[in-house]
Write a protein that binds this ligand. Structure first.
Ligand SMILES: *Cc1c(COP(=O)(O)O)cnc(C)c1O
Length: 374
């Protein structure tokens, strides 16, 4: 064999690894990290992704998972068992609510939702069996920003763990572990991979003990990520710092533009001075606010349909965070499962449109929005 020295980690597209003899397999068990056995347990590509996310978030270790949902599941199981109770921010990804309401409840893990205003005063919600609070750094679709330092202090005061879904913010803007969070998780599908071509997740732990627990849950429940998806995610993450800067710059320009459009009734973007958490978002995000925003059109289905049909640069594609822009309808997609009362409480109606602002030349995005709203 020639001496091959690839600059980039190749894709180890193999489900299993070979051993010379019994001594070699014994070495695998005696010296953790010295060899690989089976890709569900560990693979150079998924390890490279886990290490990259752990470094970005400043954690002790991580596990790469098959999706963001698998990451949420692994994070909750790290601290919870049957008979336990969790608190969850009311502004939460629809899939997280579905996991808690439809599946974990069945396994004996109960949930109580905490309104945004009560996240820093949990006394009324904590029970003897409460283990943790799950929240998002920036919520979907209204971009409410959680004060992570205050939330972590309040959790720890009650002996709870803080689990943060950092998908919308990315560690480029905010590193929740630095504010006291215990676990931070991502839908890697979104900004970490960044090109709308991968489904993946990751969870990072602050302590080595929690990291080991996470890895065991990943391996035994079979939540771990394939080599190809890991490789694509690592490749995406190499440009994350640059992409998030560009997403943030474009989104701020789009948000400011939308506030001047007569058809637009409200714009939700943490970078606008009128946003209720503008100051906090600036401090926690290092002066950047990310690529996600929502705006309100009149509650008229035909009007929203016309916007979607006319726009060339914001196709209706119910995901987010790709380099190419897109739009979505929270009512029709991500928040479909909510009750009428929950939707009314959050102000999620047909006129609410969510934009994922990409990294295209911003004047092309503004021109497209102008003609689509005209
Ligand atoms: C998309 C998303 C998830 C779920 O991730 P998948 O990769 O789709 O499983 C979780 N949290 C947030 C905030 C998301 O946007």
């Amino acid at each position: 064999m020639p001496n091959i020295q690839p600059k980039i980690t190749p894709i180890y597209q193999t489900s299993v690894f070979k051993f010379e003899d019994l001594d070699a397999v014994q070495q695998y068990f005696d010296e953790p990290g010295s060899r690989y056995l089976y890709s569900r347990n560990g693979n150079p590509n998924s390890d490279e992704l886990a290490t990259a996310v752990a470094q970005w978030e400043g954690g002790a270790g991580a596990v790469a998972t098959g999706s963001g949902m698998a990451a949420i599941f692994a994070a909750l199981l790290t601290y919870c068992q049957a008979g336990d109770h969790v608190l969850c921010a009311a502004d939460i990804y629809g899939g997280s609510a579905a996991l808690l309401n439809l599946e974990l409840s069945r396994l004996g893990i109960a949930v109580t939702y905490v309104p945004f205003e009560s996240l820093y005063d949990l006394a009324a919600y904590v029970q003897p069996t409460t283990r943790l609070l799950l929240c998002e750094t920036m919520s979907n679709p209204l971009l409410r920003v959680v004060d992570l330092r205050a939330a972590a202090a309040e959790c720890h005061r009650h002996g709870l763990k803080l689990v943060v879904d950092n998908t919308f913010s990315t560690p480029v803007l905010t590193r929740p572990l630095g504010y006291g969070a215990d676990l931070v998780l991502h839908s890697v599908t979104k900004y970490l991979a960044g090109h709308s071509d991968v489904t993946a997740g990751a969870v990072v732990a602050r302590t080595p003990e929690d990291a080991a627990r996470l890895r065991q849950i990943g391996v035994i429940f079979g939540l771990t990520l394939s080599p190809m998806e890991s490789w694509l995610s690592v490749r995406g993450m190499k440009t994350m710092r640059l992409r998030v800067a560009a997403h943030s710059e474009n989104a701020l320009a789009v948000a400011e533009f939308l506030t001047r459009q007569p058809a637009v009734q409200a714009v939700y973007y943490p970078g606008l001075a009128a946003h209720p958490q503008n100051q906090l978002a600036s401090e926690q995000g290092g002066g950047r606010f990310g690529g996600m925003l929502s705006f309100r059109l009149p509650d008229d289905e035909q009007l929203v349909n016309r916007f979607m049909q006319r726009s060339q640069r914001f196709p209706f594609a119910p995901s987010l965070a790709g380099v190419d822009s897109s739009c979505s309808s929270p009512l029709y997609t991500s928040h479909r499962a909510l009750t009428d009362a929950q939707r009314a409480e959050l102000g999620i109606s047909v006129g609410l449109v969510r934009l994922s602002v990409g990294i295209e030349p911003v004047e092309e995005l503004l021109a497209d929005l102008a003609q689509a709203l005209g």
